[in-house]
Structure formats: structure tokens, C-alpha cells
Design a protein around this ligand. Structure first.
Ligand SMILES: NC(=O)c1ccc[n+]([C@@H]2O[C@H](COP(=O)([O-])OP(=O)(O)OC[C@H]3O[C@@H](n4cnc5c(N)ncnc54)[C@H](O)[C@@H]3O)[C@@H](O)[C@H]2O)c1
Length: 260
């Protein structure tokens, strides 16, 4: 039980990486509050995680783009758990479009979840954590922020903002409150990736899968949520990583290597 006694909020816990993270945290003995805007799937993940009979698990509806919901739900979740040790802010959205055609409402929808949602959830977590003088925040960026992503410039830009925000609060809140903040750039098979793949033509899909084989040294494709991502999430939430702050963790089989 690497997370026994830890009080954790996971956003985006209804699907993909968030769902795998909720289950891993519950198995390791944490009290986990699952937040999402997809209530049916979120309740289902929470029920499954509760079934391990290890940690406690509660579900809350929360749209992270809505500041009123975020601050109210974090207060409720914090009161329920008696504080907050870790925020895993996994929720995010991705879609495609030619950079020169991206409409203001498309940009706004992307910024409001990936950028504003990161800022609001992090601020709400900080208000709970600073009272304790400790905490850990894990945000989600993307290799798209490091290497670019043709046909998804607004997504890449939103994740670039997550990296800059996280590096900044890693210092600011580290000094003031002993809150450490790190970023994950994953390449993991999830419903988000499957949806992206399904949007490609058959020819492009086959070309993509063939390119993956050459591009990814470990395994030749996207990783697995439970085997490849969840153990890293447990490490970043645990005291084993308590001296790690402001770093970028690329969990991608070596697809893009962070340049020094
Ligand atoms: N899967 C990958 O390989 C990959 C690559 C790069 C970055 N990411 C990032 O990792 C994170 C998780 O991605 P995933 O692949 O598990 O995606 P996913 O689509 O499987 O899950 C995302 C979850 O976030 C929730 N969500 C979306 N908007 C929300 C909002 N406004 N409020 C609350 N919940 C909301 C969705 O309902 C869903 O449950 C995202 O931030 C994504 O951008 C994933």
C-alpha cells in the first residue's frame, strides 16, 4: 500500500488514463475523489475501484472549465477527505482542424478545458494544500507541446500553456507552500487516442501504425494504461517522489525524447 492515508482528487477519472489512475490509487490504499463531467462512466469507475476494498472512493460531477463548480466541488471533496494531499488533473480534450481555419469558438472550447481547467483546479487544490504546508499536483500536457502536432495546433498550444503554468507554480508554490508540481506527457492507448485514430482515413491509419513501429523504440506503439501509466502516477503521488518538482515525465516508450 504505497498510498495508504493519502487524500487524492483525480479529474477526468471516468475514462482512459484518469480511470486507470483512480483504480491504481484505490488499490494502493488512498481515499480518492473522482471528478468528471461524464457521470455514468465516472460512477462506474468509482464503483469498480471501491470493489477492491482497499481505499475509499467517492464520485463528484465537476466540469473543470467552470470555476464555480471547481471551487465548490474541491471544498466538498476536501471536507469529505479531511484535506488534500494530491491532485491528479488528468481531464482534457483533443480535436483536429487546420490551423488557419480554427474558429474562435473552437479555440475557446479548447482553452477553457485544457488551460482554464488546469488553472482553476490547481488554484482550488492550492487553497486546500497550503493550509497543510504540503501537497503534490500532477498536470497533463502532451508530446504535442514539445514536438508540435500537425492539424491540432490549438491542442498543442493549450498543452504548451500547461507546461509553462506548471513550471511556474512548481517554483512559486514550492517556495511558499511546499507544494510540488510536475507534468506528464503520455502516449497511451485510451478512448481519446482511439477517437483520433478512427477519424483518419484507412490509408492514413495504416501509415500511422507502420510509422509508430519505427518511431517508438519500446513496443512500437502506444502504451497500456494499467501497465505503463498507472505505476508512474502512483510514484508521482507517493512520498517516493517528494524531492521531484517542476519536471516533465514523458511516458511514451521513447517516441519523443526531451532535449537538454
Ligand atoms: N492518451 C494519450 O496518449 C494522450 C497523449 C497526450 C496527452 N494526453 C492527455 O492525457 C489526459 C487524459 O487523456 P485520455 O487519453 O485518458 O483521454 P480520455 O478522453 O479517455 O479521458 C478524458 C476524460 O476527461 C474528461 N473531461 C473532459 N473534459 C472535461 C471537463 N471539462 N471537466 C471534467 N472532465 C472532463 C472526459 O469526460 C474523460 O472522462 C488528457 O489531458 C489528454 O490531453 C493523452
Amino acid at each position: 500500500m504505497q498510498l495508504a492515508g493519502k487524500r487524492i482528487i483525480v479529474t477526468g477519472g471516468a475514462s482512459g488514463i484518469g480511470a486507470g489512475t483512480v483504480k491504481a490509487y484505490a488499490r494502493e490504499g488512498a481515499f480518492v475523489c473522482v471528478l468528471d463531467r461524464n457521470d455514468a462512466a465516472g460512477e462506474q469507475v468509482a464503483a469498480e475501484a471501491r470493489g477492491y476494498n482497499a481505499g475509499e472512493v467517492a464520485y463528484f460531477h465537476c466540469d473543470i472549465a467552470d470555476p464555480q463548480q471547481v471551487f465548490a466541488v474541491f471544498e466538498q471533496a476536501g471536507a469529505r477527505m479531511g484535506g488534500l494531499d494530491v491532485l491528479a488533473n488528468v481531464a482534457g480534450v483533443e480535436n483536429s482542424g487546420a490551423a488557419e481555419e480554427l474558429a474562435p469558438e473552437v479555440l475557446h472550447a479548447m482553452w477553457s478545458v485544457n488551460i482554464d481547467g488546469t488553472v482553476f483546479t490547481n488554484q482550488a487544490a492550492c487553497r486546500l494544500m497550503r493550509e497543510q504546508g504540503a501537497g503534490a499536483i500532477i498536470n497533463f500536457a502532451s508530446d504535442a507541446a514539445l514536438a508540435g502536432m500537425p492539424n491540432s495546433a490549438h491542442y498543442a498550444a493549450s498543452k504548451g500553456a500547461v507546461l509553462s503554468w506548471t513550471k511556474t507554480i512548481a517554483y512559486e508554490w514550492g517556495v511558499k507552500y511546499n507544494i510540488r508540481c510536475n507534468t506528464v506527457c503520455p502516449a497511451i492507448r485510451t478512448p481519446m487516442y482511439e477517437a483520433w485514430l478512427a477519424d483518419l482515413s484507412e490509408e492514413d491509419r495504416q501509415a500511422h501504425l507502420a510509422a509508430e513501429k519505427l518511431r517508438v523504440p519500446i513496443g512500437g506503439s502506444m502504451g497500456d494504461v494499467d501497465e505503463d501509466m498507472a505505476p508512474v502516477m502512483v510514484f508521482l503521488a507517493s512520498d517516493a517522489s517528494k524531492f521531484i518538482d517542476g519536471q516533465i515525465f514523458c511516458v511514451n516508450g521513447g517516441r519523443n525524447m526531451v532535449r537538454g
